[in-house]
Design a protein around this ligand. Structure first.
Ligand SMILES: Nc1ncnc2c1ncn2[C@@H]1O[C@H](COP(=O)(O)OP(=O)(O)O)[C@@H](O)[C@H]1O
Ligand SMILES: [Mg+2]
Length: 353
């Protein structure tokens, strides 16, 4: 089979540009022409910072990629091409092997990435909710202990229907207690203890505990890259991350037909750059893929925010916790979902001595 790169280039669903020496445009695909609003011929030879603006996020990402001689991903960058209103895009900039100064710039406008969400935007919100959660959990324990004691005393002197009521009170108190435990877990702000960890060990432990608990009757498939280097992380906290992701996956699949895949891979050269921070290499990629019904329409933008849940007994604290822990590792968690296939991708740094 002969691969027709020309037609692939022409049919790429999002704007792509090849830049040469001095960041001048060498080639643009039709999607880039329509985004920028100029023809390929008009764009040829123009400098990227003239097109996207000096000091703009696009120019900045190109500059960083040049300085670091590697690939970069910049999430949620504003691409401003007046008179059109600014667009929020994900940018990918990477060298082209064939040409020494060649760079490939891919721009994914929000339309294309609408379904793909990262946890970054909600870290701040989670932090303030955490402070409140810690205070509330602490303040609720004392009165709850009082109510529980009173119910137990009452139970000694009543019988029949009244006894059922005191039992109901105690049962509900236990439920509130469990909820407070979970909130406290979420509010726990102990620093990470980063060490060299084998991510496969952590994943295996999380899968085993899922299999004997909430994941009974579900098929788990591990697809591990055996050459994966050790990760820099806190094993206990990462265990919580994967338990939460596996639990959500288990709760989303159809009973009897559930399948959860756990895949690891090494994504070399991909650096992730968060606005205002230096690019960090996050080559370790862990994907949790389920065949469930997918994230409800309209909710995908908010799943990492605290208290967002579609479950009658959900807390909406699982993914904010995941997001908090992964952010603490300098990593990234993303989600892409459609009916029958939901993927949570965790990216982590490699352990350096
Ligand atoms: N794998 C998944 N498939 C479908 N929906 C999911 C998945 N993971 C998370 N969600 C959605 O995200 C919401 C938030 O998840 P989470 O923060 O763990 O809270 P909870 O599980 O308590 O509802 C869930 O209620 C669900 O709607
Ligand atoms: Mg959950």
């Amino acid at each position: 089979m002969v691969v027709d790169f020309e037609s692939i280039w022409a049919n790429l669903p999002f704007p792509a540009l090849v830049l040469g020496e001095d960041d001048r445009v060498v080639s643009t695909n039709p999607a880039a022409e329509s985004l920028i609003g100029s023809s390929s011929r008009q764009l040829q030879g123009r400098r990227a910072d003239r097109i996207f603006g000096e000091g703009s996020p696009v120019a900045d990402t190109i500059l960083q990629a040049r300085q670091k001689c590697g690939s970069l991903m910049q999430y949620n960058a504003e691409v401003s091409l007046p008179p059109a209103p600014p667009l929020v895009c994900n940018l990918h900039v990477g060298p082209i092997r064939a040409a020494e100064t060649g760079l490939l710039l891919l721009i994914q406008p929000a339309g294309v990435v609408q379904k793909m969400r990262q946890s970054l935007t909600h870290v701040g919100a989670a932090r303030s909710v955490r402070a409140m959660a810690a205070m509330l959990a602490h303040e609720l324990r004392n009165p709850l202990a009082g109510i529980s004691g009173a119910a137990q005393l009452l139970a000694l002197n009543v019988s029949g229907q009244d006894r059922e009521l005191t039992e109901l009170i105690e049962e509900e108190i236990r439920r509130i207690g469990t909820l407070i435990d979970r909130v406290e877990h979420f509010a726990d702000d102990r620093p990470l203890v980063r060490g060299a960890i084998n991510i496969h060990d952590v994943l295996e432990r999380a899968v085993r505990s899922a299999q004997v608990g909430f994941g009974q009757g579900i098929a788990f498939h591990g697809e591990y890259d055996p050459s994966l280097p050790v990760a820099a992380g806190d094993a206990d906290q990462l265990m919580q991350v994967f338990q939460n992701l596996l639990k959500n996956a288990a709760e989303a699949v159809t009973p009897g037909r559930g399948c959860i895949r756990i895949r690891t891979s090494y994504n070399s050269g991909v650096k992730v750059c968060v606005a205002g921070q230096d690019a960090e290499r996050l080559p370790l990629q862990i994907e949790i893929i389920d065949n469930g019904r997918g994230i409800p329409e309209g909710m995908i933008g908010d799943i990492f925010a605290p208290f967002v849940t579609s479950k009658s007994n959900g807390t909406g604290l699982g993914l904010p916790l995941v997001s908090k822990i992964i952010a603490g590792h300098g990593g990234l968690v993303e989600c892409d979902s459609e009916d029958g296939r939901t993927v949570f991708t965790v990216r982590l740094p490699v352990w350096q001595n």
